[in-house]
Design a binder for this molecule. Structure first.
Ligand SMILES: O=C(O)[C@H](O)[C@@H](O)[C@H](O)[C@H](O)COP(=O)(O)O
Length: 252
């Protein structure tokens, strides 16, 4: 299916166009008779700040979000307590949920890992992954992803055996090259069942890896594998991130 790249000089414009895109997908999903909730998956990293800028600080966008119909999942999660500074839920709480609380706005539901199962020795990590898999819907309306400087996405790292995982929807890893080491992650079957996927990648540091991901030569990098799925994939980047990269970028 199609892969589009939307690029802007300014970070605020990236955040606003990501927000506009999220609102468009949300509206399409909620106006179809088949769904009463908008199922969206969030990643960690810099995405939290982008969501805050685009969806919370921009009040016009804020008012267009049907927060009470959102069902939030995490495309990967670090196996730490939910309010730990490394938690992706914790980040989403700080950037989005806390602000909703301040405005007295309720979000439909947020599907976190079961924090009570966490053990310091990691012995229950696969159980946490299995339980999270049970709450996943057959397909997620929109998965928001980041792209690491090594081309990883979710907690799917280059050359890792999880890139070919087909039997589990959620897998745990104990040796993530990006700290913290213990995580759970969506696997490719979840990504390919999604209705829409969007990447957000900003900064000059991303240009070398985007060059490889968008090159004609196959790199097998996780982000490139996502681009090859039969799903609509949109990239929202700033100009620095695609400086020297051979892609045709436009505005959303
Ligand atoms: O929990 C995580 O670590 C993320 O989900 C991870 O996959 C992230 O999205 C990328 O590392 C990009 O991070 P940045 O946007 O901060 O570069």
């Amino acid at each position: 299916m199609s892969v589009n790249v939307f690029s802007y000089a300014d970070s605020q414009d990236v955040a606003n166009s990501v927000a506009k895109y999220i609102i468009n997908v949300q509206d399409k999903v909620l106006s179809s008779n088949s769904s009463s909730t908008f199922k969206i998956a969030i990643s960690g990293g810099s995405l939290g700040k982008v969501l805050k800028k685009g969806l919370i600080d921009n009040t016009t966008n804020f008012d267009k979000i049907q927060w009470e119909k959102w069902e939030v999942f995490f495309s990967d999660e670090r196996l730490v307590p939910l309010h730990d500074e490394d938690s992706n839920y914790g980040l989403f709480y700080e950037m989005v949920l806390k602000n909703l609380e301040l405005k007295n706005v309720k979000l439909g539901s947020v599907h976190t890992i079961n924090e009570n199962l966490l053990k310091k020795d990691g012995s229950t990590d696969s159980q946490i992954a299995n339980e999270y898999a049970k709450i996943l819907p057959p397909s997620i309306d929109l998965i928001l992803l980041g792209c690491g400087p090594d081309g990883h996405t979710c907690s799917l790292f280059p050359n890792h055996p999880l890139l070919t995982e087909r039997s589990k929807l959620i897998a745990n890893i104990s040796n993530s090259p990006k700290p913290p080491p213990r995580r759970i992650t969506f696997t490719f079957p979840v990504l390919e069942a999604a209705h829409n996927i969007a990447f957000v990648a900003e900064g000059a540091g991303k240009a070398p890896i985007l060059q490889k991901i968008f090159s004609k030569e196959k790199s097998g990098l996780p982000c490139e594998l996502v681009n090859q799925l039969n799903v609509s994939v949109n990239w929202f980047v700033n100009d620095e991130a695609i400086n020297g990269v051979s892609v045709n970028a436009s505005k959303y």
